[in-house]
Design a protein around this ligand. Sequence first.
Ligand SMILES: NC(=O)c1ccc[n+]([C@@H]2O[C@H](COP(=O)([O-])OP(=O)(O)OC[C@H]3O[C@@H](n4cnc5c(N)ncnc54)[C@H](OP(=O)(O)O)[C@@H]3O)[C@@H](O)[C@H]2O)c1
Length: 394
Amino acid sequence: MSASSQSAPSETVVAAAEVPSKMKAWVYDEYGDADVLRLDEGMETLLSISPSSSSALLKLPSILFPPNRRRACALIWNSCRPLLTSSLRMAASSQSAPSETIVAGVPSTMKAWVYDEYGDADVLRLDEGVSVPGIKEDQVLVKVVAAALNPVDFKRRQGKFKATDSPLPTIPGYDVAGIVVKVGSQVKNLKEGDEVYGDINEKALDKPKQFGSLAEYTAVEEKLLAIKPKTLDFPLAAGLPLAIETAYEGLEKAGFSAGKSLLVLGGAGGVGSLVIQLAKHVYGASRIAATSSTGKLELLKSLGADLAIDYTKENFEELPEKFDVVYDAVGQGERANKAVKEGGVVVVLTGPVSPPGFRFVVTSDGAVLVKLNPYLECGKIKALNDPKAMAESC
Ligand SMILES: NC(=O)c1ccc[n+]([C@@H]2O[C@H](COP(=O)([O-])OP(=O)(O)OC[C@H]3O[C@@H](n4cnc5c(N)ncnc54)[C@H](OP(=O)(O)O)[C@@H]3O)[C@@H](O)[C@H]2O)c1
């Protein structure tokens, strides 16, 4: 401890080594309703305490200093009005304030969903004492507001990618939307307070991060993130990255371009629904057909499909019409090859593949999100979340 303030009164000024000179604090400069509150990111850290007591001397402007962490979380998260994933909703109602660095705003431990062995969903447990991950020079620490799960998460949990996985225990979750709370020394564009989203694993199957997004905090390379579209709330944004980047990369790899025709297998799914929209609004497809179950045929049309095929009643490969590109998000590679034109291409995400089909594994890239953000912000491309699958509001 050392005395660092020039204006120190008669009390001892505490400036422990881990206490930074500046801090974030909720502040009001005048009395009034809740909207007088503002988050000040450059408050001087000056906790002057009497040697004989643990009370803090609070100087003007008055700091609304949370009496415990539960209140702090509620304040910050309510300011974003997020719908939280269940783990985070539980975090928001946590009663305890363990050994955390409250001044810096980032605790040393957090809550996270974890599994210690591969298996079914019941291997998942909520761990309340996970260390908040450190960041590398090119990374930022994101305070998670919403996280999303993809099929790769459950396949990984089942041990299907064991050979190339990072070591157990694992915090699952590729997709995240949240707020930057710390930046590494080589980070160029992002700063604290930025609202971001992205897929935190550059290579989906090659050593995906041990500490995923189903946690209160996650560490991510800057290049994998983009500023969240203003028109999307956090849960809608969190549902997008892996799916839209897969949709885009597949169309790029297939050489899709204006005037070409497309058949999407699994058009109502996370990836398929975005393939339809990208093909229509970004690439200028001449014609789009897509398959789904009966109840989702109207959805396919609303997304931009000219022909909606009910896979429970029709075999798409028996249609007389053939397509320049078939995008298979179901695992029907052999049948897909029968629906493509001579010289055409079949993109296969899962299951068996043979020429002219090819399979690829998505690479996360924040630049793709940056490129597509204008389409998301103006509503040409819509993020779809199933309301039944959403956690209730905080
Ligand atoms: N290679 C990669 O890099 C990569 C990246 C992302 C995803 N994937 C894989 O791609 C697949 C799709 O991912 P996703 O995120 O889009 O999954 P998802 O959101 O769970 O969507 C699955 C969709 O498949 C549809 N479906 C099921 N059987 C079908 C059939 N016979 N014909 C047509 N549609 C059918 C369902 O439609 P209904 O509800 O109408 O039945 C559902 O909408 C998964 O296997 C995933 O692992 C691979």
